[in-house]
Design a protein around this ligand. Structure first.
Ligand code: SF4
Ligand code: SF4
Length: 107
């Protein structure tokens, strides 16, 4: 049988809870992508497919003579599209920050 709630408790938020809520409100994309530019063939597929447009073509040429794709450094959502669309195995690695599930402790 489920416990029957007869009342509820109100209390002020702790500073830690307030800060956690602020962080969630300002949630920024928390992904990151690494591209092995020396193996990239510069096909541009990942650049065209990236929804937040955070990949760009490098100005310089790699050792194979291609303008490699590179991450511009901010805004990756870790959707993984660039990983799946890249025809070159192992060139793209996508990282996603895992949020802590640790419970907030009351002050
Ligand atoms: S994982 Fe998604 S958002 Fe991040 S660079 Fe690749 S396509 Fe763009
Ligand atoms: S899809 Fe792969 S090979 Fe093509 S530009 Fe992007 S990283 Fe380079």
């Amino acid at each position: 049988m489920l416990p029957f709630l007869t009342s509820f408790e109100t209390r002020s938020l702790t500073n830690l809870e307030k800060s956690s809520m602020d962080n969630r409100k300002n949630d920024k994309p928390d992904g990151r992508v690494e591209i092995l530019t020396h193996l990239c063939k510069g096909c541009l597929l990942c650049i065209e497919a990236c929804p937040p447009e955070v990949l760009a073509m490098s100005e310089s040429l790699n050792k194979m003579g291609y303008h490699a794709a590179e991450y511009i450094g901010d805004g990756c959502t870790s959707c993984g599209i660039c990983f799946y669309i890249c025809p070159e195995p192992g060139v793209v690695t996508v990282y996603k920050r895992v949020k802590s599930t640790k419970k907030l402790e009351a002050e």
